[in-house]
Design a protein around this ligand. Structure first.
Ligand code: NAD
Length: 440
């Protein structure tokens, strides 16, 4: 079967590469001709572990191609995925469906033969039905069915998540679409991956409900971390004590600088908008959004407190710019909130990230970009860990402290053990745990 994937971003590219790995003939389309050209040259535009090898192997096997010719790729494809962006509408909570609608219109015009048009983008409840009408209007004679197949991959482990998903969710309304989608996911169904066939609305809501729930867990443990600081408890032990309860589990219970990334912020906002439109309220998710924004707003203040109250003429070394480890994605990263706030208060910033510097340069002006953590620490008054990259876990903290004007370490990811840092010259501030001074 031939498959077309519209959108060569984090989701489209991974979907295309993995489906070609299953043996399908896949064309991945993007409207950015430059991106397509780079992909054809073998350059992968995003950092995603394992993706380059998969793309290379399947290109060589002749199963994966890239193109900016949407019509050409859609003609003759049995399944067409829409994997374009659905950001928040400017100044609003609702998802902007402009890219999705544009893609659907183009697909509609190109359809020939029975085709399943699948929304893989995260889209509000009602979108699959809306697109069905839209395509029908564009091409009253088209032989097609819609499916809603939300994607649950995580950046940083996207290939692994796609090839070994916890479940596959497919919303549809026809037996023909079910048969086609079963054919597509047979390689995973044979490995006993659970597949949930639902109606469109349920599939669309499952995605938002899952993301909003995960965001809520993060918001909750962040709140508990603040409470731990206030009462002298240790959040690491609280997390473990909670998470070992099998009803709760340990995942998504690490405190941090506030959730960011391309999904949780916009998807939680979109869920509140969907609820309002449906005449209900999502008060819990509204509170999670508000608490997360307040947390990000307070990061610079926390850093100021750790360096004695004022940031004026302080040099702050930032380790990690991407919104989480193993990705170069900067969308809604904590760094984009905290670095300008520190600069506004008079601090100068040196920063390092293993993969995100190229993407960060245009977004974060007046930052001294460094080649590693030790260079970043030179003459700094404080080091701030913003992203939990593994390479930061094993740093030689004594060597790091020796480069600095003041050995202050502010760890917004709790990647170090307080006991270990106490053996170094650092004053160590982390989340939900007592501040540690040398020898304490
Ligand atoms: P992205 O911004 O990285 O990629 C979208 C791509 O689509 C861009 O390259 C853009 O040029 C292209 N595009 C837009 N309109 C097009 C058109 N008409 N024709 C061809 N190409 C077009 O986005 P992403 O992070 O891959 O997310 C895509 C969707 O998947 C979103 O709805 C998102 O919420 C959802 N999602 C993302 C993740 C994630 O971790 N990034 C996980 C699950 C779901």
């Amino acid at each position: 079967m031939r498959v077309a994937v519209v959108g060569a971003g984090y989701v489209g590219l991974v979907t295309a590469a993995c489906l070609s790995e299953f043996g399908f003939e896949v064309t991945c389309i993007d409207k950015e001709a430059d991106k397509v050209e780079r992909l054809r040259q073998g350059e992968i535009p995003i950092h995603e572990p394992g993706l380059d090898g998969l793309v290379f192997a399947n290109r060589r096997a002749g199963r994966l191609d890239f193109s900016d010719d949407l019509s050409g790729a859609v003609r003759g494809a049995g399944v067409v995925f829409i994997a374009v962006g659905t950001p928040s509408r400017r100044g609003e909570d609702a998802a902007d469906l402009a890219f999705v609608r544009a893609a659907a219109e183009q697909i509609g015009r190109a359809l020939n033969g029975f085709t399943v048009v699948v929304t893989k983008s995260t889209v509000p409840v009602g979108t699959a039905r809306m697109l069905e009408r839209l395509i029908r209007d564009v091409r009253p004679d088209a032989n097609f069915a819609m499916a809603s197949n939300p994607e649950f991959l995580r950046e940083g482990s996207a290939v692994e998540d796609f090839l070994r998903p916890d479940r596959i969710v497919v919303g549809l309304s026809s037996a023909q679409a079910r048969e086609r989608m079963s054919e597509l996911y047979r390689p995973l169904m044979l490995r006993d991956v659970p597949v949930l066939f639902t109606n469109f609305e349920t599939a669309e809501l499952i995605k938002y409900a899952a993301n909003a729930y995960l965001a809520t867990r993060i918001g909750f443990i962040n709140e508990m971390a603040d409470l731990c600081e206030a009462v002298g408890a240790d959040v690491s032990a609280v997390t473990r004590g909670m998470g070992l309860d099998r009803r709760i589990g340990l995942h998504y219970l690490q405190p941090g600088p506030g959730f960011g990334g391309s999904c949780f912020p916009k998807d939680t906002r979109a869920l509140t908008s969907i609820a309002k439109q449906a005449g209900t309220r999502s008060r819990i998710v509204e509170a999670v959004i508000e608490a997360n924004a307040a947390r990000k707003d307070r990061l610079a203040e926390r850093i100021a407190d750790a360096v004695g109250g004022s940031l004026r003429n302080k040099r702050v070394a930032v380790l990690g710019i991407s919104f989480k480890a193993e990705t170069d994605d900067l969308r809604e990263a904590a760094s984009l909130a905290v670095i300008p706030a520190l600069q506004k208060e008079g601090a100068t910033i040196a920063a390092y990230d293993p993969v995100a510097i190229a993407a960060a340069r245009p977004l974060l002006p007046d930052v001294t970009w460094c080649g590693d953590a030790y260079e970043t620490a030179k003459d700094a008054d404080a080091i701030v860990v913003l992203t939990e990259w593994n390479e930061f876990r094993g740093l030689d903290l004594r060597r790091l402290a020796a480069q600095m004007r003041e050995p202050v370490l502010i760890d917004f990811r709790n990647i170090y053990s307080a006991g270990d840092v106490a053996k170094t010259p650092f004053v160590y501030h982390s989340l939900g745990r007592a501040t540690v001074s040398p020898g304490s």
